[in-house]
Design a protein around this ligand. Structure first.
Ligand code: AQP
Length: 334
């Protein structure tokens, strides 16, 4: 098998990145770049599946790039670029639109959530978004994809598409079947207001999330206001599972302090939630506030950020073009 290990993942430039993006994706991106060849992409074409103000989109692409660098991605180790600058993503997406099945897309829960009650009015792009995601990954023949748990279904679809392409065009093992890399401990950071919903950029209330650019003051306020419970902290996971907001706070704390959930719960058992919140706010300020400061500093020099994307685009294009040449040949395109 010729396929070497290669990591690919993307983040949408749809606004301020938050703690969910950080713990569910970015932190893993950083540790993977020490072990494997990695490609990290600001997926601007995904962002426009829902209307984006062009000026905001432009700034958000740079802000997401700054967030990559501020969390520790190194452009000398990893390829960092924006999706629309490598046209192969869109070209392969078209080919894969013709491989993927409508029945498969109809099962995607994220489309149902994002399109809301009036699906007729959602963009076609939003519906076929998972095919573009398959294209992002397969264009580089990536073998591993670090994502949060919310992307698991899309990753499974990418594998189905890869498998069908290999079968239809009689080229066994041409596309590797990409493996999702999902953190076992904290695969889904939940909203601070509603522990049954994931923390998200598009949630209306800013109090539902910790943004990477929040100041120490804002972090303190948000954690103080976060929903928890009026009773003291129970000693077993089973009781905590009935209180999703409280479980979310403890899980975030145990992740930040790199302690097991069991150990954290036993340390916290019997204490008031105000105690946990104080410790959690401190841990968040320690880890997140320096990242936020660095993002702001990086944003002062936009040409440096654009240069990082330009260099990344040059590197990504070489791999993409080589693979596309073979893909076109397999399909019979001249
Ligand atoms: N709450 C979360 N917990 C764990 N991982 C998360 N991710 C997002 N939210 C959480 C992971 O972050 C990566 C980048 O996500 P994205 O910004 O490209 O898209 P998203 O999943 O749609 O993120 P949002 O915040 O929910 O954005 P909006 O509100 O615009 O839809 C992915 O690996 C994702 O799994």
């Amino acid at each position: 098998m010729e396929n070497k290990k290669l990591v690919f993942s993307g983040v949408q430039p749809t606004g301020n990145l938050h703690l969910g993006n950080y713990l569910g994706a970015l932190k893993n991106f950083v540790s993977l770049q020490k072990e494997m060849e990695c490609i990290y992409c600001v997926v601007d074409l995904h962002a426009i599946t829902i209307f984006q103000n062009p000026k905001h989109l432009h700034n958000n692409v740079l802000e997401t790039t700054a967030s990559f660098i501020a969390t520790g991605l190194d452009p000398n180790k990893s390829i960092i670029f924006n999706q629309s600058s490598v046209s192969g993503h869109a070209e392969l997406a078209w080919i894969l639109n013709c491989v993927s099945r409508i029945g498969w897309l109809n099962r995607m829960t994220q489309f149902k959530d994002k399109a809301g009650s009036d699906k007729e009015k959602a963009s076609v792009g939003l519906y076929i978004y998972p095919n573009l995601m398959a294209s992002d990954i397969l264009l580089y023949k990536a073998t591993h994809v670090p994502v949060g748990a919310d992307q698991k279904q899309h990753l499974e679809l990418s594998r189905d598409i890869a498998q069908k392409f290999n079968k239809d065009f009689n080229c066994k093992d041409f596309f590797p079947l990409p493996e999702p890399l999902i953190s076992k401990k904290i695969s889904r950071v939940m909203s601070l207001r509603d522990g049954t919903k994931k923390m998200s950029k598009s949630e209306e209330s800013d109090y539902s999330r910790i943004n990477l650019q929040d100041t120490a003051d804002e972090i303190n306020k948000k954690i103080k206001k976060a929903k928890s419970d009026s009773n003291s902290i129970p000693g077993e996971i089973k009781s905590l599972e009935k209180k999703p907001e409280a479980l979310n706070l403890i899980t975030i704390y145990s992740e930040l302090t790199q302690s097991s959930l069991e150990k954290t719960i036993s340390e916290m058992a019997g204490k008031e939630y105000s105690y946990l919140k104080k410790r959690l706010a401190e841990a968040l300020i320690d880890e997140i506030a320096p990242v936020g400061k660095e993002i702001k500093k990086l944003l002062e020099d936009k040409s440096h950020l654009k240069n990082i994307l330009k260099k990344g685009t040059e590197k990504a294009s070489i791999i993409a073009e080589e693979n596309l040449k073979n893909i076109r040949e397999k399909v019979g395109l001249i």
